[in-house]
Design a protein around this ligand. Structure first.
Ligand code: GLC
Length: 461
């Protein structure tokens, strides 16, 4: 047989083998299909809301030293059991929580229905490890959902993919018993397929038994060596079920499906604000930063690193100025109440929001031709064509806004709707500094307005 013929033949065989290999790889696609416009529409309420409350609550509130306490202190289930046996939040009144969130100006909430410790706040038929079996004796989720809905907030569930209590969840590098070789050896008797089924069933319960669920925060994947990712959770199957049961739900990005179309709705930078609007493949995407008051997510009695109300407001404004949402976390105590420091900050934020929330709701990053001058942050409402200048340091008498001249119809302080007069700075002044000539100068009172961070509302031409 001539050599070139042989080569052609074996080449074709190789191609055939390659093709069969490719088709054997399971498809990473979801059943879910929608256009970018449909996605934008589905996420509209969320994008406009900008501000939500995260709640981390579980048995770890009793230890009061971080929601990862079981992991940090490498506790066994037996050592952790006392928290279950004693759990009794006698002061729990979700109406108070919902009211506090509403007063702070929050538009949605996300509750940990189960955190990494595996304890379920909801009444699942697939486990005994739930609030209903503690001395408290009742489902915590249903009344919470009802209370927040009654205050007009949208409902979000957090559910931990990780489970440090379930007998089939294999011990991996982030497990509390990671260094316990004897326990590791028992991994051969643990069956992650069974765990995946449990996870599927529980999420199905959450998607079925509580009415409309507006958002879902699944947490978290750590693929690779000794870790877990989409193959362990059966993420595609899980997400298809979620979207089938709750077609309008908004889902976060921690299922390890970043490369799958429809595999996530928004990115979740945790405890940091990105430099600029979060992008994927160069395109701006919806994002939400989740942040704590003091560092840990669960109630931590002795933490002293509490952010001030002013810092938190500035966090909210900066987030919106970059086109994102802020999900701010409260870790209620084991009595079932918000910590006094959290309450104080929520009230402080609410006081500011009462007068200034127009610069937050429905707002986003300012158009590129408006640059924020020193000590200010800008947000913009595209529907009303108003620009908001947040003034972090009250200046003495006037504020120069380079590039703004000729673009503004009217200006007022947002907190009291009092007019702010302005002029276009004369060119001869700008000539001294050799700067742009199109400076708009706002004429301010010397006294700082009576609000934590004053906002000027500019009606654009
Ligand atoms: C991290 C932590 C967890 C917290 C979550 C919030 O993934 O594991 O404790 O619930 O962040 O985003």
């Amino acid at each position: 047989m001539p050599l070139h013929y042989l080569l052609r033949k074996t080449g074709l065989i190789a191609l055939a083998i390659l093709l069969s290999l490719i088709s054997a790889v399971p498809s990473r696609a979801l059943d879910w299909k929608e256009t970018p416009e449909q996605k934008e529409q589905r996420m509209k309420w969320w994008t406009e809301a900008r501000f939500g409350m995260f709640i981390h609550w579980g048995l770890y509130a009793e230890a009061a030293r971080h929601e990862w306490v079981k992991n940090h202190e490498r506790m066994t289930n037996e050592e952790y059991q006392k928290y279950f046996d004693l759990f009794n939040p006698d002061l729990y009144n979700p109406k108070e929580w919902a009211h506090a969130a509403k007063e702070a100006g929050m538009k949605y909430f996300v509750i940990t229905t189960k955190h990494h410790e595996g304890f379920c706040l909801f009444d699942s038929q697939y486990t005994d490890y739930k609030a209903a079996n503690t001395p408290y004796g009742k489902d915590l989720i249903k009344p919470m959902v009802e209370a927040f809905r009654a205050e007009g907030l949208k409902v979000g569930f957090y559910y931990s993919l990780i489970d440090w209590h379930h007998p089939d969840f294999t011990i991996d590098r982030v497990h509390p018993l990671r260094d316990n070789q004897e326990e590791r050896a028992k991994n051969k008797d643990r069956d992650m397929e069974k765990y995946a089924e449990y996870l599927y069933n529980q999420v199905q319960e959450l998607m079925t038994n509580y009415g409309t669920i507006d958002c879902l925060f699944l947490d978290f994947s750590y693929p690779g060596d000794d870790g877990k990712g989409h193959n362990d959770w059966h993420s595609e199957k899980l997400l298809d079920m979620i979207r089938r049961l709750q077609p309008n739900i908004i889902v976060n990005d921690r299922l390890d499906l970043l490369d799958v179309p429809g595999g996530w709705d928004f990115r979740t930078p945790e405890q940091f604000i990105p430099l600029d609007w979060v992008k994927v493949d160069g395109k701006k995407v919806p994002w939400e930063t989740c942040q704590t008051f003091s560092g840990s997510w669960g109630y931590y009695r002795d933490e002293t690193s509490w952010k001030s109300t002013r810092q938190l407001l500035s966090l909210l404004i900066e987030t919106v100025s970059k086109g994102g949402n802020l999900l701010l976390n409260v870790g209620p105590t084991a009595r079932g109440t918000f910590d006094y420091r959290a309450t104080e900050r929520l009230q402080g934020m609410g006081e500011w929001m009462k007068y200034n929330s127009r610069s937050i709701y429905g707002c986003t990053q300012a158009p590129a031709d408006f640059k924020a001058p020193n000590n200010t942050m800008l947000t913009y409402n595209p529907a009303t064509n108003r620009l908001y200048v947040h003034i972090l340091e009250w200046p003495m008498g006037e504020l120069h806004l380079p590039g703004f001249a000729g673009k503004v119809k009217y200006a007022q302080l947002l907190n009291d709707a009092s007019e702010v007069r302005f002029t276009s700075r004369p060119d001869w002044q700008s000539d001294y500094e050799g700067v742009a000539k199109d400076i708009l100068t706002l004429d301010f009172p010397v006294l700082k307005p009576h609000t934590e961070i004053p906002v000027v509302e500019l009606f654009l031409k």
